[in-house]
Design a protein around this ligand. Structure first.
Ligand SMILES: Cc1cc2nc3c(=O)[nH]c(=O)nc-3n(C[C@H](O)[C@H](O)[C@H](O)COP(=O)(O)OP(=O)(O)OC[C@H]3O[C@@H](n4cnc5c(N)ncnc54)[C@H](O)[C@@H]3O)c2cc1C
Ligand SMILES: NC(=O)c1ccc[n+]([C@@H]2O[C@H](COP(=O)([O-])OP(=O)(O)OC[C@H]3O[C@@H](n4cnc5c(N)ncnc54)[C@H](OP(=O)(O)O)[C@@H]3O)[C@@H](O)[C@H]2O)c1
Length: 253
């Protein structure tokens, strides 16, 4: 028997378009009447697959006032939802959870001179949503977006990043990491190692320090854990509501 989908929690959206970036990376754009959300938050997408309703969390890539809604995802081997989503066509229905969740948002981040946004893989998405809003540019003197991927072809959203560079040339820096091939533009390393040996800061010409830096980290949970450990060894601490620190994180699995 097919699962009942509660219309108070879910709205039926329509696929606007599916963009394929590589053999495994896609953006799905969806028209959906969702509740207002804060940049950096995630919602859930769901499909009835066979007799089962399967839903998973995905971060908004679009700014809160932007439509259609955009989600950036990688097809996971044998992953039920991602492999179903890539078969969708414009006009197909897709369930979107009305209320967004998550604390990878600027209202969780105290003021500082510098904002570092560290991501692996698809986790660049929520940072792009934040960077499309006015708030970070009002609050931070310098913003460094780091995107770590295995292969150079996985550095999606080049146009969005170029337009941020054009708009905020003195404020914004984008630092790509490509771990599994040599390039003449990216750091070939993992993020925690490049913090440890200071290659990231050399590249940004900016020091990570408790007095000046706020760090947001998103993506691969092992990366999040090791990056946090490197930062804690430098005297930075997790942001807690009652005890503001420097580090704000979200794990993708
Ligand atoms: C808060 C939050 C936000 C998320 N936002 C996104 C997003 O914006 N884009 C996105 O692609 N995924 C995101 N995810 C992961 C997503 O919810 C699904 O787990 C993923 O799309 C796979 O779904 P699936 O049903 O195909 O396979 P599943 O059976 O759910 O996944 C199987 C395994 O694949 C691996 N995996 C899952 N997601 C990823 C990923 N993004 N990159 C590399 N390996 C992964 C993990 O090992 C996971 O256990 C998010 C997860 C959380 C918790
Ligand atoms: N077939 C497999 O064995 C296998 C294994 C893992 C994932 N996958 C699948 O491959 C797809 C794509 O994954 P992805 O490349 O987007 O994500 P990813 O595996 O998280 O890789 C993204 C970047 O994060 C780095 N990274 C990985 N583990 C890290 C850690 N512990 N600490 C710091 N950095 C780390 C990677 O470096 P490195 O290149 O050094 O790893 C890479 O630069 C997913 O579908 C995933 O399920 C397959």
């Amino acid at each position: 028997m097919a699962t009942k989908i509660d219309p108070r929690r879910w709205c039926e959206g329509r696929v606007h378009s599916l963009r394929q970036w590589t053999d495994k990376l896609y953006s799905i754009r969806v028209e959906a009447e969702v509740d207002p959300f804060t940049a950096g938050q995630f919602t859930k997408l769901g499909l009835v697959i066979g007799d089962e309703f399967i839903s998973r969390p995905y971060s908004y890539v679009n700014a809160p006032d932007e439509t259609p809604r955009e989600f950036y995802f990688v097809t996971v081997p044998d992953g039920p939802l991602t492999n179903a989503m890539i078969t969708l066509q414009a006009g197909d229905p897709i369930q979107v959870m009305r209320r967004a969740s998550g604390f990878l948002t600027l209202n969780e981040v105290p003021d500082a001179a510098h904002l570092w946004m560290l991501s692996t893989g698809t986790a660049i998405g929520p940072f792009l949503s934040i960077l499309k809003t006015a708030e970070p540019w009002r609050r931070f003197q310098r913003i460094i977006l780091v995107h770590a991927v295995r292969l150079a072809e996985e550095l999606s959203f080049a146009e969005t990043i170029a337009s941020l560079r054009d708009r905020y040339p003195d404020q914004f820096d984008f630092i790509p990491f490509v771990s599994r091939e040599d390039t003449d533009f990216a750091i070939r390393a993992r993020i925690p190692a490049a913090i440890h040996d200071r290659r990231l800061e050399q590249r940004a010409a900016l020091e990570i320090a408790a007095g000046t830096s706020q760090i947001m980290i998103c993506g691969n949970p092992d990366m999040v854990k090791s990056t946090q450990a490197e930062l804690q060894a430098r005297g930075l601490a997790r942001n807690r509501r009652r005890a503001p620190g420097h580090i704000t994180v979200e794990n993708y699995w």
